[in-house]
Every structure is written in structure tokens, then in C-alpha cells.
Design a binder for this molecule. Structure first.
Ligand code: SAM
Ligand code: SF4
Ligand code: SF4
Length: 376
């Protein structure tokens, strides 16, 4: 059972989390190469957070009021080691994972990341194919790291970039980081072959939505694919309000008015981004409607946090403590059994439920849904 939404809108914690050896089922199950959840979704993607630290303080993610000087980040001993991450990844791959994305925090802050990339790049699917290894980064250290990451086996990078206007960008990263350095990092990553590079722009109304069309214009005709992401109510600290979300439909209509667009088919079933191309043939953009159009029905993702908890939904209230299991001597067979159980019992569809709740609130005359209402 996954989290459910209670009548007051908060998430109800699932009744059972795997936390120690006593939770491990007695009957062991070797992986079969595929595992399916209660909504017929197969496990396909793994995201590993390699650090909880970041050199940016993006206002929608790590606002300074919360992540200030007094904030305590994890101690090194709490972090999963590269060997532990690779062990979990190997088991996930045996269950059907084909894509691994490294994220954070800012993943490029984790020392020796290339070593982890190399270890993950050596994994193969049960039928002998390479794993698709990608990384999401704020781009600040990309110019320095791109070549060594490529050499280690990284396939692609996605770079977050919320504005081309220096003042707006600095206000959003809130550490005065200049946009030119990120743009240079993107170009270096492209030159070393870490493409096709996707550029993610999170939009917050009143903060950077005035830059939507200029971003589109800038990347039109370039080798980079720009994707617009709706500001999500993730975590408990970003003060999310529905009124600050710029819906994808508005993004498309604003760009289309100046640079005509047409919708195109997804690359594969379950792609989170809806694709649009310029009618003049000069490339495509994507929109990720995490808030206005949930894609839970095709969500094949599992996440491992920096300290080794496994989450089956971005909005889950807690995770399964795989670090505790590994560090108390769990065997590969036991870990594999636990992973199979977790995925098979998965019911998560938070965004879908939130959309239904938002419609219900609108129908009763309320126009915005607060974080405190829906729960974190
Ligand atoms: N530091 C890296 C970066 O910024 O790319 C990787 C980690 S960051 C948490 C991963 C992605 O989540 C980024 O593209 C970021 O813009 C996005 N993100 C963070 N908070 C978000 C929010 N509240 N709503 C939507 N996207 C968000
Ligand atoms: Fe750091 Fe990425 Fe979050 Fe920005 S979005 S604060 S760069 S982790
Ligand atoms: Fe997946 Fe839906 Fe959870 Fe997002 S809200 S992680 S799409 S199940």
C-alpha cells in the first residue's frame, strides 16, 4: 500500500515500511527482469540522490529561510557509499530498471562522482544492454566536469536554467550565480558529447514567467531541448501556492503566439514531457505538467535518497530504509525480495489525487490549494 489522501487532504502514511532485518520476508524471490505495481506500472527508472548539499538556494527548492547557515546537512557516514549505491542499482536493474539518473542536491558537489558513474556504467540489463546513465545539474561546475564524466561513461545531462536574464537568474538561485557560467557549461557538455542536452526551466509566476518566450527564442534552432516545468508543491519548505504555477497550456499559448508550434507524438510511452515543435522546422520544446496534468498512470520511477531510503513517489511521506538493511547484513537475495515487494505493493498516484482535490476545491469556490492543506 502506498500513501493515500485523507479527507482533510493530507497524505496518510502507508502502514508498513521496510526498516530492519525483521521486516524482510522469509520467502526469497530472485529477480525476474520485470516487476509490476498495483496499477500495472513496471519498474523502469531509478533516480539516485548523491548529495543533499547544493551551492544554489533556488527559491522554489532550497529557500534560504530554511536552508540557511544553521541548517544541518547529513554527515558523511550517513551518506550511501558508491558501492552501496551500485549494489542497489544492480538489484534494481535485475528488476527491470533501464535508466539511472543521478541527482541531488547538486550532484557535481559529490567528490569523485566520476567513480560512481564508472561503476554504474558497467551494469547491464538482463539481456546484455547498456544502462542509460544521465545526470541533472545546475550546471555551475559542468565546464570543469563534463569531459571526465563523459570519459567515465555518462551518456547525457539535463541542466536546470530558469532565466537568461542575469538579474532574474541571480534572484532565483539566490547566491548571485551568473547565467553566463551555466551557458558556458552547457556548451562544453555539448562539445564533449553529453547530448542531446535538455534544459529545464521551472516557472514561478511573478518571478521568471516574463522570460518564457525569450528562453524559447534563445534555444530555438539550437542543439538543446528546452523544457518548461510547472512549479510543484514538493517538500514542505517552498511555500507553494497554486497561483504561482504557470500552467503548461499557458506556456504553449504564449510561445505559439510569437513562434508557431504544433504538438508531436511522445518519444516513448510514459514520457513525462509533452513535445511540441516549431512549425518552421527549427526544433522542439517540451512541457512537463506535473501539476495541471498528472502522469501518475505511467510513472515507472523509484528514488533512492542520499541516506539510502527508497521512495516510490516524489510526494511520499517516508521511505524504506535500504541503508539500514544493507548495513545490518542483508544479502542481495533479501534486498531483491524487499525491492520486489515494495514495487508490487505500490499504489502511488499523488498528482492524480491532488488534481481531483483541486477540482473539488474549485467547485466549492476555493481557487488555491495550500501545501499545509494537501500535506507534504
Ligand atoms: N541541483 C540539480 C538541478 O538543479 O538540476 C539537481 C537537483 S534538482 C532538485 C532537480 C530538478 O528539480 C531541477 O530541474 C529543479 O529545477 C527541479 N525542481 C526543484 N524544485 C522544484 C519544484 N518545487 N517544482 C518543480 N521543479 C523543481
Ligand atoms: Fe540546488 Fe537544484 Fe534545488 Fe536549485 S533546484 S537549490 S540547484 S538542488
Ligand atoms: Fe509518480 Fe505520480 Fe508520485 Fe509523481 S505523483 S512521483 S507521477 S506517482
Amino acid at each position: 500500500m502506498g500513501d493515500a489522501v485523507m479527507d482533510n487532504g493530507a497524505l496518510e502514511p502507508r502502514p508498513h515500511y521496510f526498516r530492519d532485518l525483521s521486516d524482510v520476508p522469509v520467502e526469497l524471490e530472485p529477480p525476474t527482469g520485470t516487476v509490476t505495481d498495483t496499477r500495472n506500472r513496471q519498474l523502469r527508472d531509478l533516480r539516485i540522490s548523491v548529495t543533499d548539499r547544493c551551492n544554489f538556494r533556488c527559491v522554489y527548492c532550497m529557500p534560504k529561510e530554511i536552508f540557511g547557515k544553521d541548517f544541518t546537512f547529513m554527515e558523511r557516514a550517513e551518506l550511501l557509499t558508491f558501492e552501496e549505491m551500485t549494489r542497489l542499482a544492480r538489484i534494481a536493474v535485475a528488476h527491470g530498471v533501464e535508466k539511472i539518473r543521478l541527482t541531488g542536491g547538486e550532484p557535481l558537489l559529490r567528490k569523485g562522482l566520476e567513480e560512481l558513474v564508472g561503476m554504474l556504467a558497467a551494469l547491464k540489463t538482463p539481456d546484455g544492454r547498456d544502462i542509460d546513465i544521465a545526470l541533472t545539474t545546475n550546471g555551475s561546475a559542468l565546464a570543469v566536469k563534463a569531459q571526465s564524466l563523459k570519459d567515465a561513461g555518462l551518456k547525457r545531462v539535463t541542466v536546470s536554467l530558469d532565466s537568461l536574464d542575469d538579474a532574474t537568474f541571480k534572484a532565483m538561485n539566490d547566491v548571485n550565480f551568473p547565467v553566463a557560467k551555466v551557458l558556458h557549461g552547457i556548451d562544453v557538455a555539448h562539445e564533449v558529447g553529453l547530448g542531446p542536452i535538455k534544459i529545464n526551466m521551472v516557472m514561478k509566476r511573478g518571478q521568471n514567467d516574463q522570460d518564457i518566450v525569450s528562453m524559447a527564442r534563445h534555444f530555438k534552432g539550437s542543439p538543446y531541448i528546452l523544457r518548461f516545468i510547472e512549479f510543484m508543491d514538493v517538500g514542505t519548505s517552498n511555500g507553494w501556492k497554486m497561483g504561482e504555477v504557470v500552467p503548461s497550456a499557458e506556456v504553449i499559448s504564449r510561445i505559439n503566439a510569437e513562434l508557431p508550434l504544433e504538438e508531436i507524438a511522445p518519444n516513448y510511452n510514459g514520457e513525462t514531457s509533452a513535445r511540441w515543435r516549431y512549425r518552421d522546422g527549427s526544433g522542439e520544446i517540451g512541457v512537463i505538467s506535473s501539476v495541471t496534468q498528472s502522469f501518475c498512470h505511467s510513472c515507472t520511477r523509484v528514488r533512492v535518497s542520499t541516506e539510502g531510503k527508497l521512495f516510490t513517489c516524489l510526494f511520499a511521506t517516508d521511505g524504506h530504509d535500504l541503508s539500514a538493511l544493507m548495513r545490518s547484513g542483508c544479502s542481495d537475495e533479501q534486498l531483491s525480495t524487499v525491492m520486489a515487494h515494495i514495487w508490487r505493493e505500490r499504489t502511488d498516484r499523488y498528482s492524480e489525487l491532488r488534481s481531483a482535490k483541486t477540482r473539488e476545491l474549485r467547485a466549492t469556490g476555493k481557487t488555491k490549494i495550500e501545501m499545509s492543506y494537501i500535506g507534504g
